[in-house]
Design a binder for this molecule. Sequence first.
Ligand code: 6PG
Length: 237
Amino acid sequence: MIKKFKDINDLSKYAADSFIEIANQSIAERGRFLVSLAGGNTPMRLYQMLGDFYKDKLDWTRAHFFWGDERCVPIDDAGNNYGQAKKVLFDKIGATNIHRVLSELAPAEAAQNYAQTLKRFADNQFEFPRFDLVLLGMGDDGHTASLFPNSPINAVLPALAVTANYQDRPANRVTLTQNVFNSSRNVLFLVSGKAKAVTLSRVLSDIYVPEELPAQRIKPIDGKLIWLVDEEAGSLL
Ligand code: 6PG
């Protein structure tokens, strides 16, 4: 399903409402809410909104925060996904269950450590949790989380160390793999800006080239997939 919005503000407002609705439903049904956050710039407005306007809309002590990917830089580096979310969200809502990637470790070690973290929350036949919600962004090249073009599509490990040069962002990363994303209950892609338009139209076309466009690898087996796109990103759809 694709939903189009005028701009990043409208998109983020819808995402924030969906986040809270899914969270409350998960807590009502299972007593907790497991969410995997995205990095990059696009979800920052959503995180800010949640921190500024949604503090009283959820029992945040029941929310467990994970990351779909992390850049291996110190947490006070502007490129650290956890550090960015901490400033605008966690410091405001007083979140208690934060399961970050230990980005100060070497990538392989951080990935192994994260696999252990995921295992502690496994409640299915796999060694990782079934996330209630996964937030993802998409790069201009079609990558998502840190699953980059031409990366292995059949990865079995839930978390991998990756080296990737994209724009001027930190290259050493840890990413969850597609089986983890595809076992989740809900996936929300957030895509904004005209630089994404051509790639987005290819990712959402019928031509399936998952090696080249990793965002196409995301297809929840038994969950919902919704693309939230703004007018600029969605201009070619
Ligand atoms: C990361 C990401 C990455 C991101 C895209 C889009 O940590 O780099 O999780 O997959 O979502 O690169 O980034 P923007 O939202 O900044 O365009």
